[in-house]
Design a protein around this ligand. Structure first.
Ligand code: BMA
Length: 325
């Protein structure tokens, strides 16, 4: 198994698997690495996206403020662990440089494709959720595109390169509420504006992923296929429980699922995952993968309140997915 088109991230945050731990994904001892009050007027900072940038790291962070407005904020870090997040939310620009209306936005992902960083997020479109897209090159100016789809849609996750000559995205059609259903779909676009060639990828199955599923971080390209981490939801007598699993999708036809985990790879267990604004949520939006070592550092929202980090390696995760499919 080989990583394809990977990036070397020599300063990737990393901690070895704790002694005695046999889990395929293990948590940082520093969790939560970002607390709910890390920026002015924040109620919570959680499902967020991070990329290597300028020798350090940049991120787009979801913060709900003390009015409970959901907005996106830029942050920078030299080590990926200690973050300086802007108090003011991102002001997305249209192609003429005017500031766009921003109703609400949450659950960002950031995907580098060639020389641009693309942000996708759940964007309020006349009060209805759909997929917003913007690009930046400097994490200062963000240029927004048309919404990718009609409402209702969430969890738009771009692939890090064109597939079949087109940009490619996973998404999860939904409803205007908390969506008690949800399958992952695949779409292509020649220009980030017009999306089509829609394909069904996968739907909920049993137990931890029986209610709905949705894309997580940006897919990692390997010679075995696209390695993806996704979230799955179980409806308990006390509400939704958000866990994460992994799958391997065909490289050229990513709607074809080659392997998919039966067990979860991480589920709410620690206090900061089980207690918070929304208890029992782990929601990964980032996996940084160092091509040199195959190490993967996952950033995930915990209990819709804080951010945690967790680790695995490409070799171990691919092995786990194949053996537990
Ligand atoms: C989903 C999204 C996520 C959130 C999750 C659990 O529908 O709103 O942002 O983490 O619910 O509340």
């Amino acid at each position: 198994m080989k990583i394809v088109n990977g990036e070397n991230i020599p300063n990737l945050p990393w901690e070895e698997r704790p002694e005695g731990c046999t889990d395929v994904v293990w948590r940082s001892a520093k969790n939560p690495i970002i607390t709910r009050d890390a920026i002015k007027n924040s109620n919570s900072i959680f499902n967020s996206a991070v990329v290597p940038f300028n020798g350090g790291f940049a991120g787009v962070f979801r913060s709900d403020d003390t009015t409970r407005r959901q907005a996106l904020h830029v942050g920078f870090s030299s080590d990926g662990v200690n973050w300086d997040i802007n108090d003011d939310p991102i002001r997305f620009l249209d192609k003429d440089g005017n500031v766009n209306e921003f109703e609400y936005g949450y659950d960002p992902r950031v995907c580098r494709i060639e020389d641009k960083y693309y942000v996708t997020w759940c964007n309020g479109f006349k009060r209805f959720p759909t997929i917003g897209i913007a690009h930046t090159t400097d994490f200062k100016n963000f240029y927004q595109y048309e919404n990718a789809f009609l409402p209702f849609n969430r969890n738009g996750v771009l692939f890090p390169r064109k597939i079949n000559g087109n940009f490619a995205m996973l998404s999860r059609p939904s409803d205007r509420g908390h969506t008690p259903f949800g399958d992952m779909f695949y779409s292509e676009s020649p220009d980030m504006t017009f999306w089509g060639k829609h394909r069904h990828v996968m739907g909920p199955t049993t137990n931890w992923q029986s209610t709905k599923i949705g894309g997580g971080p940006v897919p990692i390209e390997t010679d075995e296929g696209w390695l993806i981490i996704y979230h799955g939801v179980l409806t308990s007598c006390n509400g939704f429980v958000y866990s994460a699993g992994a799958a391997i999708l065909d490289l050229d036809e990513p709607w074809k699922v080659k392997y998919r985990t039966k067990p979860y790879i991480i589920a709410p267990r620690e206090l900061y995952e089980t207690v918070g604004d929304v208890p029992n949520v782990v929601f990964p939006c980032t996996n940084l993968c160092d091509a040199q070592t195959g190490r993967i550092t996952i950033y995930y929202g915990a209990a819709d309140t804080v951010i945690g980090m967790a680790y695995t390696t490409v070799d171990e995760l691919v092995k786990f997915v194949k053996e537990n499919s």
